[in-house]
Design a protein around this ligand. Structure first.
Ligand SMILES: Nc1ncnc2c1ncn2[C@@H]1O[C@H](COP(=O)(O)OP(=O)(O)OP(=O)(O)O)[C@@H](O)[C@H]1O
Ligand SMILES: [Mg+2]
Length: 247
């Protein structure tokens, strides 16, 4: 589904943010990309989404190259940004969620149905008419996810989705991720705080200083995380079985 080959990224100021990443993400997989601050998580996710062009190497999504077949790639992929403010485009909550579906030329009926459904799913329906700039951090995050869901993408990239959220907000977003995964979506989540999501992912990829250090099932990697500046989840530190944040 997502094939990343020998990917390098240099920013214009010379920062070598990604150094030869090779990673294949299967269709329907729920993968966690973790690493400390500045390790390259956001850069990687922006490259996968096609927002950034790699300096060298390639990324294919469903066989389409993110650079020269970006239109096809955008059709299957949605992205929830690390900073929700950078994603909000509408005046009001409802207009914001409608923006994507309007842009792909759906009928008004289909747009209304999708907007209604996405607002409901993310628990922001009561805020439909509210101006976006008045929302709290957590409400903005929910809105951003609603906007992505309304596009019905097969692959969803989440960059630090739990920041700004309180405990019920985290559970809500996590519940939807688990549901989307069950429905067959491919989910890629980045975070340096793996506690909240680790119990639900199929695989963890550890990046450190722009390099992919390890990738494998959580059970195998959980105690190796601290060597790379990532705190293992409490259950692992206590020698217990894995615990979900949904329980
Ligand atoms: N636009 C840019 N120009 C120059 N350097 C950048 C730019 N964006 C990011 N970087 C650098 O690239 C490296 C990787 O940054 P990135 O944002 O991908 O890290 P991250 O793993 O997402 O970190 P965080 O956990 O803080 O979100 C860092 O050294 C950062 O300073
Ligand atoms: Mg980041």
């Amino acid at each position: 589904m997502i094939e990343i080959k020998n990917l390098h990224h240099h920013y214009p100021d010379g920062t070598h943010a990604l150094k030869g990443i090779n990673l294949t993400i299967q269709k329907g997989e729920f993968i966690l990309i973790c690493g400390p601050n500045g390790s390259g998580k956001t850069t990687l996710i922006r490259l996968i989404s096609g927002l950034l062009k790699p300096s060298s190497g390639s990324i294919c999504v469903n066989g389409f190259n993110t650079v020269n077949e970006s239109k096809q790639v955008r059709g299957v992929m949605g992205m929830v940004f690390q900073d929700p403010d950078s994603q909000i485009v509408g005046e009001t909550v409802k207009e914001d969620v409608a923006f994507g579906p309007e842009n792909i030329g759906l009928s008004q009926k289909e747009i209304d149905e999708r907007v209604d459904w996405a607002l409901q799913v993310m628990g922001v329906k009561d805020l439909s008419e509210k101006p976006c700039y008045l929302l709290s951090g957590g409400e903005k995050r929910r809105l951003a996810i609603a906007g992505v869901l309304a596009m019905r993408p097969r692959v969803i990239l989440f960059d630090e989705p739990f920041s700004f959220l309180d405990y019920p907000g985290i559970q809500e977003v996590l519940k939807h991720m688990v549901q989307l995964h069950r429905e067959g979506h491919t989910l890629v989540v980045t975070t340096h705080d793996i506690e909240k999501v680790i119990a639900h992912v199929n695989r963890i990829a550890i990046i450190h200083d722009g390099e992919l250090k390890m990738a494998g099932p959580p059970e195998e990697l959980v105690m190796k995380l601290s060597q790379f500046g990532i705190r293992p989840p409490c259950y692992a530190l206590l020698g217990r079985e894995k615990v979900s944040w949904l329980e």
